[in-house]
Unconditional design. Sequence first.
Lengths: 276, 81
Amino acid sequence: MRGMGIIVILFLGTLLIYCSFDFPIWGDPQSPAGSHVSSYYIEHTLEDTSVPNIVTSVLADYRGYDTMFETVVIFTAGISCILLLRTFKPIEPQTKLYRHISTGITLRIERGGKVPENTKEFERIDAGWIPYDLIVKTTCRLIIPFVQIFALYVIAHGHHSPGGGFQGGVIFGASVILFAISFDLRTAIRRMGERLAGFLCALGVFIYAGTGALCMFYDANYLDYSALSHILGVDPVSARSHGILVVEIGVAIAVMAVMVVLYYNLASAGKQDEGL
Amino acid sequence: MIWQIELVLLVMVTVCGISALAVKDLLSAAILFGAYSFMMCLLWAIMGAVDVAFTEASVGAGVTTVLFVAAVFRTTRRTEN
């Protein structure tokens, strides 16, 4: 069976490489993909949308439907992760570990024992993660604000440089994940709860789809941002640029929240209690 | 661009991909997959697709590796085949 698999893979791989010789040369302007719409985008992007980065304008304006449904796909990924992994019945763990903060002594409390809740002297620690890592915590505490500011920069500066909603949202989500790794999962969940993350997932998609629907109220096509000029009080070309920024923010919120939801559920196996 | 760099990156992409499939330790496979993504990111950047390179670096090399590590942390670290 294993030999058969290798033969099939080798055959298909050879077929793939053989077929790739029929591809046009990389960067060929005469290729089918490069000869119809690409030239239009390159020549007209700046006068249509006043966005210097052609990729951003194609992604969020000319091909707005694609990006909207990509966002919906990411939203669906987050929802299905919750549906598959999340255990809604709270399961009490077998043992809980508490550290006495001033002395560093660790208490191990079996199920049913008296637990020191809501005191300043004890902190709960994960069973699989004992060490008291002051350097890691302090470093991450210093790094996280800069990561978040960089994420906002990537989102806001997508018109002029590489980046945009997806990348910025992932970086912002990564900063929350970094917080959850360096402290522990419960601290992160206290800061950014599951309900908030789930709400933000939906809010991002709603911002994108709502911007598209708003255009329809002004007798324009769905996702034709030039109609937003009535609200924003600018000319239609600038309105398309601003519309791109609005939908990028929506994408960023959705992607950020989905990354956080995925991490919370994967790291804690759906219990959202003890995690990585 | 500079074809030597492209060749080295292409070889490393192939090596990372095959070894990520071949290793028995799933944590190593996750890390190798992150290295694979990073090499792909460099290749995209060389080909001029900077936006794709940025996405690959943040999603592929960054968050996906963390999600894989989290999944390995919650399951078993060894694989049978």
